[in-house]
Design a protein around this ligand. Structure first.
Ligand code: ATP
Ligand code: MG
Length: 637
């Protein structure tokens, strides 16, 4: 099956031909997926072979029926002896066609199963790859564009695997089979057919080159249309607030128009192909019929030969025109497969960490021992090169040593940041917007890799810690809360999947979310949809605090978690938060002084540098930036 496909899409030496970048590699990879279901694939092949062989060989009866049965009957009376053999041979022919029909039923079953299973695996691998990608990947492209790989590109593959693949296989068999039989019937007439086929292939290649470029463009445009739709749905409110409906509609009109143009160009060439091929097939038919007539007059051929030959022209040219039409589907599918593999091949988040987090207990001598049970004591299990294992108790000691970082190579966001947080300390970051506060917390949980310096967690370089375990030890309330579709209880449980209902209520009470949840008609079973759109901003934040609380982590990172909460609620939360922060290392980023004031150390950030550090009283005394912030923007609190 690689034959007809591999033979066709050869690169033209010049011109705007944009084939899949690495067609051969993509085909091989795609087949590796398809061959994961060898049984179905072979079944499909075998059934396709049987069905096309039946078609080809069924027609073999035409010649003897005409020459040996019908011709002698001309002018004769119908007698039982004369008709019985004809009926017998007709029944034989009928049974062969019936076998073919059954096989083609089997083939379509196999093909459906094969297609759906292959796509299922492909989607799974794509999603797995997506989950392993670093945050920076998502920073750099619109969601809808990624979504379109799951929808459009997978759909083009579905068409190709379910229809194209079997077409290539059965057409191949029909072409080869018919060719030899035609050759056997009349080489002269076969020559005419071959000449016409060369013309057909030439036209296909010329048109195919043109349309391949536009098919690729069509997929890309479809991606950007989807991306835009998704973005506008998410940003509905902003669109309405600024009365941008008009612009949005007109921009959509533009990109929709681009899609139309690309799709029209792609399909114009593709749809020209069918009629051209059909007409050529008719011409071939007429030409060979004429030549056949001449040959018959010269007695070089029998009537049966001609009827059979004409039948074989159909089963020879029909599959050729099928293949040429499938050709564009194949190109489109390859372009889609390439876009899918492109994501699967993206470099996943680096995780060469080997230090893991384990449950621990203290033995009689006060040493740390690993245990299966949940003890509330955790230890870092460090397996060294020589096979020895050491344990370090998880305490929540975090040190930054001259950390320099930028999201992109062009712009450094943090410069030589050094800081330390002792277990149980509360460290606050303040500073103007864009100073780099969120960035620091993004580095502790290793959303991004630092360019220079070191971050140590309980004395261990965090690059040595397995990412899952690192993040499991951190409770994080992100600046932008995100809630999933599900009940409130499910959303809180996201912090710790083993939490019981009681744990969840306790966490909600700590976060001061309990009372508002109780007041909802369905309480903890209230369904949240669309990122918690049915809750207020403050309520969403309370839920995300509860989510961190239920995880019960030794280190907490709170990014402006209280910024959307009114002053009275804030006071209540503060009490809960103090309880939550008790005995933990806490990094807190807050724009409100009340949250910052009782921190053990306050870091004032400006343009990615720590410019002041100390506790509240020290910093006020210094009369620097913090003093300004405190007497300025913090005044209203
Ligand atoms: N994903 C990103 N990709 C590229 N640059 C980023 C990214 N996120 C933040 N930055 C840049 O890094 C700098 C620091 O951003 P950061 O989010 O750490 O600020 P912040 O101190 O948390 O501000 P705020 O108080 O507004 O939350 C900014 O200049 C911002 O433009
Ligand atoms: Mg921030």
């Amino acid at each position: 099956m690689a034959g007809p496909m591999g033979g066709g899409p050869r690169r033209g030496p010049r011109g705007p031909v944009q084939k899949p970048k690495n067609a051969k590699g993509t085909i091989i990879r795609l087949f590796r997926y398809i061959l994961k279901h060898k049984g179905l694939f072979i079944g499909m092949l075998v059934f396709a072979a049987i069905s096309s062989l039946a078609t080809v060989s069924g027609s073999l009866f035409i010649k003897p029926i005409v020459d040996d049965y019908l011709t002698p009957m001309v002018g004769q009376e119908f007698t039982k002896e004369l008709v019985a053999p004809l009926i017998r041979i007709m029944i034989l022919m009928g049974s062969i066609f019936l076998c073919g029909a059954l096989a083609s039923f089997g083939q379509s079953k196999c093909s459906v199963w094969l297609t759906q299973r292959t796509l299922n695996t492909l989607r799974k691998d794509l999603f797995d790859a997506l989950s392993d990608l670093p945050i920076s990947f998502f920073d750099s492209r619109p969601n809808g564009e990624i979504m379109s790989r799951f929808t459009n590109d997978v759909e083009t593959l579905r068409m190709f695997i379910s229809q194209g693949l079997t077409q290539f296989i059965s057409s191949g068999i029909m072409i080869v089979g018919s060719f030899f039989i035609m050759l056997f019937l009349s080489w002269q007439m076969t020559l005419i057919v071959i000449a016409m086929v060369i013309v057909m292939v030439f036209i296909t290649r010329t048109l195919g080159k043109k349309s391949a470029f536009f098919f690729k463009k069509q997929q890309e445009q479809l991606g950007s249309v989807n991306g835009y739709i998704e973005e506008i749905i998410e940003g509905q409110k902003v669109v309405k607030v600024f009365n941008h409906e008009g612009e949005v509609v007109s921009h959509f009109g533009d990109i929709n128009e681009n899609l139309r143009k690309a799709a029209t160009s792609a399909n114009t060439f593709a749809s020209m192909l069918g009629p051209i091929m059909n007409n050529l097939a008719h011409i071939t038919y007429a030409l060979t019929a004429a030549v056949g007539g001449l040959l018959a007059i010269k007695k070089a051929m029998t009537a049966g030969d001609i009827v059979a030959f004409l039948q074989y022209i159909r089963s020879f040219t029909q599959p050729i025109s099928n293949i040429t039409q499938q050709f564009n589907n194949a190109l489109m599918a390859l372009a889609g497969a390439e876009r899918i593999f492109d994501i699967i091949d993206q470099k996943p988040e680096i995780d060469e960490g080997y230090v893991v987090l384990v449950n621990a207990k203290l033995n009689d001598k006060g040493e740390i021992e690993e245990t299966e049970k949940h003890t509330g004591i955790w230890a870092w299990k460090h397996t060294h090169g020589d096979g020895t294992v050491t344990y370090t108790r998880l305490a929540g000691d975090i040190v930054f040593e001259d950390v320099t970082f930028g999201y992109t190579d062009e712009k450094t966001v943090l410069h030589d940041v050094s800081l330390y947080a002792k277990p149980g300390q509360k460290i606050a970051f303040v500073g103007s917007t864009g100073a780099g506060k969120t960035t620091i917390t993004n580095l502790i949980n290793r959303f991004y890799e630092i360019q220079e310096g070191k971050i140590r967690y309980d004395g261990i370089n965090i690059q040595k810690i397995k990412k899952d375990d690192l993040r499991r030890s951190l409770g994080i309330v992100l600046q932008d809360t995100h809630l999933f579709t599900g009940t409130i209880e499910d959303n809180i449980r996201y912090g710790n999947l083993e939490a019981t209902h009681e744990d969840i209520v306790r966490a909600a009470k700590t976060a001061n979310a309990h009372s508002f949840i109780e007041n909802l008609p369905d309480g903890y079973n209230t369904m949240l949809t669309g990122d918690g759109a049915n809750l207020s901003q403050g309520q969403r934040q309370l839920l995300s605090i509860a989510r961190a609380a239920v995880a019960d982590p030794p280190v907490l990172i709170l990014d402006e978690a209280t910024s959307s909460i009114d002053t009275r609620t804030e006071k209540q939360i503060e009490k809960g938060m103090d309880a939550l922060m008790e005995g933990r290392t806490v990094f807190v980023i807050a724009h409100r002084l009340s949250t910052v004031r009782n921190a053990n150390a306050i870091m004032v950030l400006e343009n990615g540098r720590i410019i002041e550090r100390g506790d509240h009283d020290d910093l006020i005394e210094q009369k620097g930036k913090y003093y300004q912030l405190y007497t300025g923007s913090f005044e209203e609190n």
